[in-house]
Write a protein that binds this ligand. Structure first.
Ligand code: SF4
Length: 347
């Protein structure tokens, strides 16, 4: 196949989205944007990116940021281990690299949270290293372009597609080439339906289009079924504040804050008893609507109660959080979004 680079780069120069980490493209900004975009759509990540950069404009600021502030900046983005790893990596950059992000893939992958894709993206975009950066968008484009019907979740298939794409990377614009492939996957060779082949700069080279099989690739093994867990969310409120406790320091949503959470779907009597155990005198619990939150491997099915309680000191391990503290201090995971809406009305 003749190189795809000339047509692809021409298309990219004319069609790339104006994004803040492209407009001002420092290695630090590219790094943070790549981490944010790992599990999050561009439109959803942009306000977070702007806020993050205003609060923590340098690697040093990130390394020294109190954890509570960092969690708050990340609140709602999900996959909070990304933020923790980002900070651990910033601390390592300060301690071992004089505060300057390393420029090569072989050094970047030594930093927490940076795998081959992110390292390739930073090294090629910010430092011009001629390395690949193959994410889900690029895999989709490549599997269609070469009509490769291998399962793209398999390492050997990913590796062969990466090699094929890398072989056509122009040495003078490696970062733009990588970004152009990602952009093509995001805007034209889209997932979840027919791609927009009539707008594709690679249409005359595309094997899937020639065979009329664009929607049959990429091939992916069916994901494993998610486990489900049932929880009861208890919004215990007194004096314009809700009772929160901090999740364990390890595991799912580590260190974030949550309302009282009881395992299973329990009734009013069990809710009242649980609050009594915490030393709180509860009025009759008012049932709330059900809510569901989907993690990558797990689904939470939640019922909830709003429970006015008599004002009292916060039980051990808990805090009372008023509206301002909920907005500005305590990071509550997006899993509780439906219940935050209830609190907005009653705090
Ligand atoms: S021609 Fe269609 S299927 Fe092929 S790379 Fe372009 S958008 Fe994707």
């Amino acid at each position: 196949m003749e190189s795809i680079a000339p047509a692809l780069l021409r298309w990219y120069d004319q069609n790339k989205r104006v994004l803040p980490f492209r407009t001002v493209s420092t290695p630090y900004r590219v790094w943070v944007s790549e981490i944010m975009l790992q599990q999050t759509r561009v439109a959803a990540a942009l306000p977070y990116f702007e806020r993050f950069m205003q609060a923590l404009p340098t690697v040093k600021d990130l390394a020294e940021c109190p954890q509570k502030t960092l969690d708050k900046l990340w609140e709602g983005l999900g996959y909070y281990s990304r933020a923790r790893n980002l900070q651990k990596a910033a601390q390592k950059v300060m301690a071992e690299y004089g505060g300057v992000l390393p420029s090569q893939v072989k050094e970047l992958v030594k930093l927490p949270g940076i795998g081959p894709y992110t390292a390739g993206a930073i090294a090629s975009i910010s430092f011009g290293e001629p390395v690949p950066a193959v994410d889900g968008n690029v895999l989709r484009v490549a599997s269609r372009l070469f009509l490769d019907t291998g399962d793209v979740t398999r390492p050997d298939v990913r590796s062969r597609l990466t090699k094929a794409i890398h072989a056509m990377q122009p040495p003078d614009r490696p970062g733009d080439y990588n970004q152009a492939l990602m952009e093509l996957g995001a805007l034209v060779c889209v997932p979840g339906g027919p791609p927009l082949c009539q707008a594709c700069p690679l249409a005359h080279q595309c094997a899937a289009l020639a065979a009329g099989r664009q929607t049959q690739v990429p091939v992916k093994a069916a994901p494993k079924a998610r486990r489900t867990q049932d929880w009861t969310v208890v919004l215990a409120v007194a004096d314009g504040a809700v009772l929160l406790n901090q999740r364990p320091a390890e595991g799912l949503l580590a260190g974030l804050w949550q309302p009282v959470l009881l395992p299973g779907h329990v009734d009013e009597a069990a809710v009242t008893a649980a609050l009594q155990k915490l030393g709180l005198r509860a009025q009759p619990p008012q049932p709330l609507c059900k809510a569901k939150h989907v993690f990558s491997h797990l689904e939470w099915h939640m019922t909830g109660y709003l429970v006015p309680v008599a004002p009292a000191a916060a039980p051990a391990g808990h805090v009372w959080a008023d509206r301002a503290m909920l907005d500005g201090v305590y990071a509550v995971p997006g899993a509780f979004r439906a219940f935050r809406q209830v609190l907005k009305k009653c705090l």
